[in-house]
Design a protein around this ligand. Structure first.
Ligand SMILES: [Zn+2]
Length: 370
């Protein structure tokens, strides 16, 4: 196991959320199209239908649509926030395991309280907050759908065109919202990666923070260049094309920060005394490398998790499920959907590893699967 593995696990977590977003908008637009179809066929059947009547029917449909979209977006917000926590926990625990093997000290993992974690994971600027940005997407999407539907009631627009427009809106918002959500989950991963390492770095170890890309064909060329580069003495990475700098991927700041951070799936990794877990080739290892390699296998991680289960897992997951009540009672109930209490780190780690092996990946249409 290495830092790339953790990063790929989080990528899959992102995939599950992206898939849910894909399904949500597919379903919603299909619903709208079938409502629209029945509206159009009623118009056709009754040529006498008064304009006022048409107008009222359409307005009723739009009212329903407003409510439905609100629900869709609120479910996406909650799911994304939940995945942010998951990303934070799994990165923290996985990195602690790897770092302790690299540095040779036993980790003391103290998890932040959920209220504190939420602050750690929030955006510095309020208008950049996940829920604010999602709110704007919702309004824009609603407006575009309304325009498509309203202009279709004037007789020159044919229904096929309207449906094509609706599908285009669906695809646009699937893309936008997936991008936002993957950025937010990835940011939680980066935050965890930096936080946990700070505790090891402070101990005067020779840890070097490095940039790790997913190393697949979806990585942008500017991050292929950054791959495996180490942070400078201030712990910062620099990306020239966007004039940004920061302690980790997706935590870059500067003029082009939005462009730099959005859509990025890179993560942080570590190198100690020149040993970098992500690049180890089993064939020609030094004894020192071999020792670390064996200490950091996925099997060892599972053993380690079992050993620490009592200390880490129940406490954190319990806190997680309790903490979900931070907004409202309703929010807590909604979180039951995700069966938080059924999760444990051990089970998740195994599940992720299996998905990784089976090749869970993003498809061209924006859905995820094998
Ligand atoms: Zn990247």
């Amino acid at each position: 196991m290495n830092f790339s593995d953790i990063s790929r696990q989080i990528d899959m977590l992102i995939g599950m959320v992206e898939h849910e977003i894909y399904n949500t908008f597919q379903y919603r637009i299909n619903e709208i199209i079938s409502m629209y179809d029945s509206l159009v066929s009623d118009y056709a059947q009754d040529g006498e239908l008064e304009n006022l009547n048409k107008y009222n029917r359409l307005n009723k449909m739009i009212k329903q649509l407003e409510q439905d979209l609100t629900q869709d977006y609120s479910a996406i917000a909650k799911l994304t926030q939940y995945a942010q926590m998951m990303a934070f926990i799994h990165t923290t625990v996985g990195s602690a395991f790897l770092l302790s093997a690299l540095v040779g000290v036993l980790p003391v993992i103290s998890f932040p309280l959920l209220s504190k974690l939420r602050i750690d994971l929030s955006q510095e600027i309020e208008e950049n907050e996940l829920t604010s940005v999602l709110g704007r997407h919702r309004s824009d999407m609603l407006r575009e759908i309304k325009i498509a539907l309203r202009s279709s009631t004037n007789d020159e627009v044919n229904p096929t065109d309207t449906k094509r427009k609706l599908k285009r809106i669906r695809d646009k918002y699937t893309y936008n919202v997936q991008r936002l959500s993957s950025y937010e989950i990835g940011r939680a991963e980066s935050t965890a990666g930096v936080d946990i390492a700070d505790r090891f770095e402070d101990k005067g170890s020779k840890l070097e923070r490095i940039w790790i890309s997913q190393r697949d064909e979806r990585v942008r060329s500017t991050h292929v260049v950054l791959d495996s580069q180490k942070a400078d003495s201030k712990g910062l990475f620099y990306s020239k094309p966007t004039k940004t700098r920061g302690p980790a991927p997706r935590k870059m700041k500067g003029i082009g920060m939005l462009q730099e951070n959005m859509g990025c799936r890179c993560s942080v990794g570590y190198r100690v005394n020149g040993i970098e877990l992500d690049y180890m080739e089993t064939d020609n290892m030094s004894p020192e490398q071999r020792e670390i390699y064996e200490k950091t296998s996925f099997d060892k991680y599972q053993e380690w998790l079992k050993e620490h289960q009592e200390n880490i897992s129940p406490a954190y997951y319990k806190q997680l499920s309790k903490g979900m009540a931070w907004d409202s009672v309703q929010a807590a109930q909604d979180y039951d959907l995700f069966k938080v209490l059924d999760n444990d780190l051990f089970g998740d780690a195994k599940k992720f590893q299996q998905m990784l092996k089976r090749g869970f990946h993003k498809k061209k249409d924006g859905s995820w699967g094998y």
